[in-house]
Design a protein around this ligand. Structure first.
Ligand SMILES: [Zn+2]
Length: 426
């Protein structure tokens, strides 16, 4: 089994290098936005999209032109990588098997600034510094040893600091999970998650404290004169709170996913409900990405993102330990009685309580849903099993599921393989 890992370190660029990092990130962003704009126009007028090879061809023209000659300041491989990322984002957005249905968005300065060096032969790591094309040697805070074969390096910026993340691959033997159990999880709104075992993982209260701080800071910002020194200072404060909240959330998710993946060989979750690309979510050319969405929708999408991230972590952590993550379609899991399978939406009188109208079974509503998710998962994975006892069935089901599941690597290869087969479009 190939195990991919990333090591992220804080970069310590010189002032000149920091300036250069800004320039490269800016050029990458410019190219992304330009091509995204062209493609959105094409979508609007029902023309076929421009995929990677076509835009790569055009970007080479642009680099030779006077108007866009500045693009030559950025490493060619970083620009190409951005174009590939954009093509992939479009592909994912139209891929029916993927849960996230959203058009790629315009990037703004200071938001998700970053770029990738995809060629390991152009990246040299020497103790506490890394050599990158056009940037030279940059120091970084090496907090741990890097093990494995280097695959690529990604530069990102967050809350005013630059980071480098090295992706490495190592070949390890496929492990066998020590646990022989299967669990269903319902990802909720009131509590973060409920397990079919009856356990409930609370969403953290630390969030709330930081959210209140954020609200206060935002009110203060609103009172200040736009773009004044004080306004900018306040803006930076808000950024720092955002980054703190993100850290708290990441830490919480990692702890939850680690605990779950260690205690169960199979974890069953609901597949994300696929949101349609409605007119408002899609935006228009004149106001791209500016969704006129209700606040609840927005909160919902933040939750969806948090769950998407939790699932991603569960998927790879389980894989590393020899387990599997199972996704089942979300249908009536909250309205079905786990005891008698009677479906009735009246059975859920409140957010917390489930009380079956048929057999009188009562339970925590989220736990009841988690039990239904577990049942759906068992139906899906035990189809191919002959074994009678559950531990053997689970061990067998893990192997079967692993065989049937396409790996991310395969999905990516299929995607870029399509380009190769099609050849140059122009
Ligand atoms: Zn019932």
């Amino acid at each position: 089994m190939i195990q991919r890992k990333a090591y992220k370190f804080r970069l310590q660029p010189s002032p000149d290098q920091a300036q250069q990092l800004h320039v490269i990130a800016g050029h990458c962003r410019f190219l992304w936005n330009k091509v995204l704009g062209m493609n959105l126009e094409r979508l609007e007028s029902k023309q076929p999209l421009m995929w990677y090879h076509e835009v790569d061809y055009w970007s080479k023209h642009w680099k030779r032109s006077e108007e866009y000659g500045f693009l030559r300041e950025a490493p060619a491989q970083c620009l190409q990588q951005k174009l590939m990322d954009l093509s992939k984002a479009f592909k994912d957005c139209f891929d029916k098997s993927q849960p996230l249905k959203r058009l790629p968005r315009f990037k703004r300065r200071g938001q998700s600034d970053g770029f990738r060096f995809p060629e390991p032969k152009h990246i040299h790591i020497d103790n506490r510094r890394v050599k990158l094309p056009k940037l030279g040697w940059i120091r970084f805070k090496k907090s741990r040893a890097i093990e494995g074969t280097l695959k690529n390096a990604t530069i990102t910026r967050s809350a005013g600091k630059w980071y480098v993340s090295f992706q490495v691959a190592t070949i390890v033997e496929t492990p066998i999970h020590s646990a022989k159990s299967i669990v269903g999880i319902d990802l909720g709104v009131a509590s973060f998650a409920a397990l079919s075992t009856g356990q409930i993982i609370d969403s953290i209260h630390a969030f709330k404290a930081w959210r209140d701080k954020l609200a206060t800071a935002q009110r203060r910002l609103a009172k200040k004169k736009k773009f004044s020194e004080n306004w900018k200072k306040q803006k930076r404060k808000i950024q720092a709170i955002h980054s703190k909240i993100a850290n708290v959330r990441r830490d919480f998710q990692h702890k939850a996913s680690t605990a779950l993946s260690k205690s169960h060989a199979m974890v069953v979750v609901e597949a994300l409900k696929i949101t349609n690309m409605s007119a408002s979510a899609k935006g228009s050319i004149n106001s791209p990405g500016k969704n006129v969405k209700a606040k609840s929708d927005l909160n919902r999408s933040i939750l969806d993102q948090a769950w998407g991230e939790l699932k991603r972590q569960l998927a790879y952590k389980l894989e590393w330990l020899g387990g599997e993550l199972i996704e089942v379609p979300a249908a009536y899991t909250s309205q079905t009685c786990a005891a008698c399978r009677h479906v009735d939406k009246v059975s859920r009188p409140s957010q917390e309580l489930f009380c079956c109208t048929h057999c009188g079974h009562t339970d925590n509503a989220d736990v009841n849903a988690a039990k239904n998710i577990l049942e759906a998962g068992k139906r899906a994975v035990f189809r191919f099993c002959q074994e009678d006892r559950e531990p053997e069935r689970i061990a067998h089901a893990v192997l079967e599921h692993r065989k049937r599941r396409p790996t991310q690597q395969k999905r990516d290869n299929d995607f870029f393989g399509d380009f190769k087969r099609q050849g140059m479009p122009c």
